[in-house]
Design a protein around this ligand. Structure first.
Ligand SMILES: CC(C)(COP(=O)(O)OP(=O)(O)OC[C@H]1O[C@@H](n2cnc3c(N)ncnc32)[C@H](O)[C@@H]1OP(=O)(O)O)[C@@H](O)C(=O)NCCC(=O)NCCS
Length: 284
């Protein structure tokens, strides 16, 4: 076993020639390639620290993650943060007010919540069911509170003429990830978002990015109660609109739901929505 620790790494490295060609074709700077691939070394070091010899796990954020992301041209490290292409996978509906730019996120039709507005199972006797009905004049729905992601039981009626849809299920977004190498200083994270907003339109102009989202244990509004408002985690959290997310059942804490989205004004008009890498295949 010990000798096989680097097996997955060798397989991953076999993709490098086609990956380099992809970076070249997209005119992505070498520095981004080096930094993104540097995450492999970071993970090998972490493996070595835990096990005492060189290697890379297959799961959870190991070889499989690298193959589907870094080595598939799907993820880029831009400063402190990683960003990856993905569709918005939730039955939620975001609207922005055309005048004051306020954003509201409405629950999907038939989502179930408990009295406190937390997601509930449909067979829970105490659960109530959300409705979502947009028509030409009005958008009827249940608002999720940005600071907690909890649903409000009262129905809101938004005048359709004043609220523009900005995000829905299947829309293209960027996932945000925070690697474990040092603190996530607020300024560094801000700089990463700025870089992403320049990088993706420049190198993937056909990909219309609607939002950044982050699915993480960090996205728990209770941190604001226990950590200093100046902590990196609380400052990061405060920039997001929280919404419920059901973690895969294998994950610890899978009964909790937490996720978040962050909007920016994207000023370019893409001509296609197809994923830029959808026709690329990884030769692993
Ligand atoms: C995410 C991460 C970089 C945040 O670290 P950070 O920038 O130092 O966070 P903060 O400055 O906001 O920390 C606030 C407090 O929480 C503590 N803290 C932060 N991360 C912690 C962790 N993973 N475990 C235990 N305590 C943690 C800090 O020590 C600090 O405590 P203090 O107030 O007593 O000094 C760090 O947790 C980490 O490296 N985690 C592993 C990677 C990860 O989880 N990424 C998210 C991907 S899903």
């Amino acid at each position: 076993m010990r000798k096989a620790g680097m097996f997955h790494v060798v397989v991953l490295l076999s993709v490098l020639p086609s990956l380099r060609a992809f970076y070249h074709e997209r005119r992505i700077p070498h520095a981004v390639f080096d930094q993104t691939m540097g995450d492999l070394a970071r993970n090998i070091r972490a493996f070595q620290k835990n096990r005492g010899y060189l290697g890379l796990d297959l799961y959870p954020a190991g070889a499989r993650w690298f193959r589907a992301h870094h080595f598939a041209g799907m993820l880029f490290e831009l400063g402190r943060l990683h960003f990856n292409f993905q569709p918005f996978g939730y039955d939620l509906h975001a609207y922005r007010h055309t005048a004051n730019r306020e954003v509201v996120l409405l629950a999907g039709d038939q989502m179930c919540f408990d009295d406190a507005g937390r997601p509930a199972q449909a067979d829970d006797k105490e659960a109530w069911t959300a409705a979502f009905h947009p028509d030409a004049r009005t958008i009827h729905g249940h608002r999720l509170r940005p600071e907690t992601g909890r649903a409000a039981r009262s129905l809101v009626n938004l005048p359709a003429g004043l609220w523009q849809p900005i995000l829905g299920k299947g829309d293209p977004i960027l996932g945000v990830h925070i690697h474990a190498d040092g603190p996530m200083a607020h300024d560094q994270c801000g700089e990463s978002f700025r870089r992403a907003m320049d990088f993706f339109p420049r190198h993937f102009p056909e990909y219309e990015i609607r939002a950044f989202t982050c699915n993480s244990w960090l996205m728990d509004h209770q941190f604001a109660k226990y950590l200093s408002p100046k902590s990196n985690i609380v400052r990061f959290l405060s920039e997001y609109y929280l919404f419920p997310f059901k973690a895969p059942s294998k994950m610890p804490g899978s009964s909790t739901w937490r996720s978040a989205a962050r909007w920016r004004s994207w000023t370019w008009t893409p001509n296609r929505r197809r994923h830029p890498c959808s026709e690329r295949s990884c030769s692993m």
